[in-house]
Design a binder for this molecule. Structure first.
Ligand code: BT5
Length: 310
């Protein structure tokens, strides 16, 4: 247990501010236990991210070398965007829960406590058109990190990771650009690590899955974050050198629905723009190849597209 004075001194705030902060955390649902009004603590077995744990697991040169951490925030992607001008490449922004987690096309990413919410600030010198393929590389890194812990994961084009056919992780790449080109790319990764189904809305429970459900116990999120970064960094360096092409084989071995019937539609254009066919794989630039019933190969660049098994 920490006394209020101890906490106040460590945080550089007054005794009263320390008490108020602890109270606010408790109201936000964090397991802050207070003893006889003398101070407070968080029980040791509680699932709170451990920054030294992330640093300990890191084998990277650039990614995650600087970490910005908050308990609750709107969206780590938004925070990363705000920090991009002053933080070095590879900075990781992470938190315990998001109140305005974002998916693509203004969709919502459910972000209750127990999940991993991480955004990387990258500063690649690439054309804007190459940015969406970074989501594939990030998805591949998440899948590889899971495989290293014995979990079979698939990359669902263009930005999801599936386990047991259900969505476990989603990736949102956002671009900051001026007329002169890409200034920064924020790669946001959300992973359902220790999220019980009861913390997700009813309509998502069938389609989503959390790692704790798969392995039957909570996973160590700090270690997993480090593993994802360790997997992503070499892919990112290769991407910087030669684009997505050299990484395509690694993504392809994990590609969901390969050889299976799928439908794809342009979410922005509405349900009229639907194509059916067999998923044949990825083109050299990360575009998706689908063979129509007539035997034509259609090519889809990652955009506002939604892919489904038929
Ligand atoms: C994504 O969008 O999958 C991108 C998700 C990116 C989230 C990360 S968390 C850190 C960073 N900060 C942010 O604010 N965002 C990034 P999309 O392909 O559009 O999928 C969104 C759809 O996935 C929703 O419309 C739901 O159907 C579903 N969904 C929402 N929350 C989910 C969850 N926790 N688990 C599984 N599916 C979810």
């Amino acid at each position: 247990m920490f006394s209020w004075d101890d906490l106040a001194q460590r945080a550089g705030v007054t005794h009263d501010e320390a008490r108020r902060s602890a109270e606010r955390l408790r109201r936000e649902g964090f397991p802050v236990v207070s003893l006889d009004g003398q101070g407070c603590t968080i029980p040791e077995d509680e699932d709170i991210l451990c920054l030294p744990g992330i640093y300990r697991g890191l084998a990277t040169r650039v990614l995650g070398r600087q970490i910005c951490y908050t308990l609750t925030t709107g969206s780590t992607n938004d925070d990363a965007k705000a920090l991009a001008g002053i933080c070095p490449e590879g900075t990781l922004v992470t938190c315990e829960a998001q109140t305005k987690g974002k998916g693509r096309l203004s969709r919502q990413w459910e972000s209750p406590r127990g999940g991993i919410f991480m955004s990387l600030i990258l500063k690649p010198q690439i054309p804007p058109a190459a940015v969406p393929s970074l989501a594939l590389a990030a998805g591949c890194a998440v899948a590889a990190a899971l495989e290293a812990t014995g979990i079979d994961a698939e990359v669902k084009w263009p930005n999801d990771v599936l386990v047991e056919g259900k969505k476990l992780a989603g990736i949102l790449c956002e671009l900051g650009a001026t007329g002169a080109g890409v200034q920064h790319v924020i790669v946001g990764i959300g992973v359902n690590a220790n999220i019980p189904a009861s913390r997700l809305p009813q309509e998502l429970r069938e389609r989503s899955i959390s790692l704790s459900q798969v392995v039957g116990k909570p996973v160590d999120r700090s270690t997993l974050i480090a593993r994802v970064l360790n997997q992503f960094e070499p892919l990112y360096f290769r991407f910087l050198e030669s684009g997505i092409e050299p990484i395509i084989p690694e993504i392809s071995t994990r590609l969901a629905y390969l050889g299976q019937p799928v439908m794809i539609h342009n979410t922005a254009l509405g349900s009229g723009d639907v194509h059916h066919g067999i998923l044949r794989g990825l083109d050299r630039d990360g575009s998706l190849l689908i063979e129509t019933p007539e035997g034509d190969i259609l090519r889809f660049a990652a955009g506002d597209l939604s892919l489904r098994a038929k």
